[in-house]
Design a protein around this ligand. Structure first.
Ligand SMILES: C[S@@+](CC[C@H](N)C(=O)[O-])C[C@H]1O[C@@H](n2cnc3c(N)ncnc32)[C@H](O)[C@@H]1O
Length: 266
């Protein structure tokens, strides 16, 4: 997959990475604990498809879980901090082959999975991940669930700011413009600006299509990819997590949804 097929926002990788430069240690600690409980052992290694700059790598490695990330963007990968237990490779997540498996867990946060163009690309990706994880392995996919159709003008955009070590501040806006439920497509945009002393010194904006999935899609998608949906966790804006049923109640809500997919037949 070439860089030109990716949203422009990943070409402006300094701005993108700065906008997501938040602490991830507590989240990783929780993920490892939850996987230990479900696997009945400590995970040995984690695979992150669509890893970007591998910002989760250190937090996993510091807790004894070897990390390997895969991404199509050279610009994102060259910003990763690597060592023996944090490695990456460049590839398309629909057809990659990486060494040092099997991995006990795979992990795909913040809606990256929705970059896959169609449900059949998603199935191809799941099958590829399945080949890399152990026979009782888990794939944790964080994804919004949606059943939107038509104009999304009334849906509020997300906006946040991230102070940087050099004294600048990166501001980010993220939103969706319209959706087509029948083809499971949604048209989104992202805008990033770096401000120094209140003035914008760098800006990037891009519009791109994403995949949309409904709650009911996942049983079939997971099965076609070699997994079953074992657990669903929702996290509200305050950070409180709860285990819930996979249901339409999870669609179009302003909360993070984490699907725990287990290798079928485990
Ligand atoms: C939202 S970013 C997330 C990065 C990382 N998971 C994180 O949390 O920081 C999504 C990433 O997916 C990558 N990507 C999109 N489509 C891809 C594909 N088909 N194969 C490999 N990487 C892809 C992009 O290059 C980008 O780095």
């Amino acid at each position: 997959m070439s860089e030109s097929n990716l949203p422009d926002v990943y070409g402006e990788a300094d701005l993108y990475c700065a906008a997501f430069d938040e602490p991830v240690e507590q989240e990783v600690q929780w993920v490892i604990g939850e996987c230990e409980r479900l696997l009945g052992r400590s995970p040995n290694a984690v695979l992150e498809p669509m890893c970007g700059n591998a910002r989760y790598g250190k937090a996993f490695a510091d807790r004894g879980v070897r990390y390997h990330g895969v991404d199509a963007s050279e610009e994102m990968l060259k910003r990763a901090t690597l060592h023996d237990d944090v490695t990456t490779s460049r590839g398309d997540v629909r057809k990659f082959d990486v060494p040092r498996g099997p991995y006990d867990i795979a992990w795909c946060p913040i809606n990256s999975i929705r970059h896959l163009p169609t449900p059949s690309d998603l199935v191809q990706h799941l099958q590829c991940v399945r080949r890399h994880v152990s026979d009782d392995g888990l794939y944790l996919v964080e994804t919004d669930l949606q059943d939107q159709d038509g104009s999304l003008e009334d849906v509020p955009e997300y906006h946040w700011s991230m102070p940087q070590p050099d004294g600048s501040t990166v501001l980010a806006w993220w939103g969706a413009e319209r959706a087509d439920l029948a083809t499971r497509r949604v048209w989104e945009y992202g805008r990033f600006e770096r401000h120094v002393d209140g003035e914008c010194v760098n800006r990037s904006e891009s519009r791109y299509e994403m995949l949309m999935t409904r709650a009911e899609d996942w049983t079939e998608l997971a099965a076609a990819g070699g997994f079953t949906v074992e657990q669903v966790v929702r996290r509200d804006a305050g950070g409180a997590r709860s285990v819930v049923e996979l249901s339409p109640d999870l669609e179009n809500i302003d909360e993070r949804i984490l699907l725990f997919l287990r290798v079928s037949g485990a």
